[in-house]
Write a protein that binds this ligand. Structure first.
Ligand code: ADP
Ligand code: 5GP
Length: 198
C-alpha cells in the first residue's frame, strides 16, 4: 500500500498500479456535475468517487449518491484517521476523497474519476504524477455566473465566494494536462469521452 497524504501540502509521488486515475476540475457552475452524471449514465463501468463534505445538501441531492454529507467534527476525525486521499476547504466547507475505495478500484483495473477543486487536484498530482488531469473552462465568465445563478441552489454569499474562487481556479487551468471548454455540452462531453476511452 503506498504512503498517502492525509493533509494539504506536499506528498510523496506514487505510481498507479493497473487502473487509471482521472481528475476533473473546473470552477463551480461550469458544468462538471452535469458532465459527470451523463458520463456515468453512458459508461457505467467508470467508478466515480463519492466525496465526503460538510456542505448542506442542495434540493434533490441524495446522501451517499451525490456526496456523503457529514459534520465538521466528523470530517476532522476522518482527516486525523488518514481516511482521505486528498481533502480541501472550499467556500467555507470541507470536501474530501475517501482513499480506500479509490485505491481498491484502481488496483482492480477500473477507470476512476475524481471531480474535485483545485487544491485537491494539486494534492493528487503531487501524489500521483501519472494521474490524468482535466480542467473544464466556461466559454466566458459571464456565462459562468449565469449558470451558477441559473442552477438556483446557492445563496448570494455562496455565489460571491464561488465566483471569487473561480477566477483563481481559471488562472490555474494551464497546470492541467488537458483543458476543455464546456460551451456546447455534447461537444465537451465527447471530448472527455475521447480522452478517457481512446
Ligand atoms: P458544477 O458541477 O461545475 O458546479 P453544474 O453541473 O451544477 O456545475 O452546472 C451548473 C449549471 O450549468 C446547471 O444548471 C447545468 O444544467 C448548466 N450547464 C452545464 N453545462 C452546460 C452547457 N454546456 N451549456 C449551458 N448550461 C450548462
Ligand atoms: P459543490 O459544493 O458545488 O458541490 O462543490 C464545490 C467544489 O468542491 C467543486 O469544485 C467540486 O469539484 C469540489 N469537490 C467536490 N468533492 C471534492 C473532494 O472530494 N475534494 C476536493 N478537493 N474537492 C471536491
Amino acid at each position: 500500500m503506498p504512503v498517502l497524504p492525509i493533509h494539504n501540502g506536499a506528498n510523496t509521488p506514487e505510481n498507479l498500479p493497473l487502473g487509471k486515475l482521472i481528475v476533473l476540475t473546473g470552477p463551480s457552475g461550469v458544468g462538471k456535475g452535469t458532465l459527470m452524471q451523463t458520463l456515468l449514465q453512458r459508461h457505467p463501468e467508470l467508478y466515480y468517487s463519492v466525496s465526503v463534505t460538510t456542505r448542506s445538501p442542495r434540493t434533490g441531492e441524495i446522501n451517499g449518491k451525490n456526496y456523503d454529507f457529514t459534520s465538521r467534527s466528523q470530517f476532522e476525525q476522518l482527516v486525523a484517521q488518514g481516511e482521505f486521499l486528498e481533502w480541501a476547504e472550499f467556500a467555507g466547507n470541507y470536501y474530501g476523497t475517501p482513499r480506500a475505495a479509490v485505491l481498491e478500484h484502481i488496483q482492480s483495473g477500473t477507470l476512476v474519476v475524481l471531480e474535485i477543486e483545485l487544491e485537491g487536484a494539486r494534492q493528487i498530482r503531487a501524489s500521483y504524477p501519472n494521474a490524468l488531469s482535466i480542467f473544464i473552462l466556461p466559454p466566458s465568465f459571464s456565462e459562468l455566473e449565469k449558470r451558477i445563478r441559473g442552477r438556483g441552489q446557492d445563496s448570494e454569499e455562496a455565489i460571491a465566494r464561488r465566483l471569487g474562487r473561480a477566477l483563481e481556479e481559471i488562472q490555474a487551468a494551464d497546470e492541467f494536462d488537458i483543458q476543455i471548454v464546456n460551451d456546447d455540452f455534447e461537444t465537451a462531453l465527447h471530448e472527455i469521452e475521447t480522452i478517457l476511452f481512446t
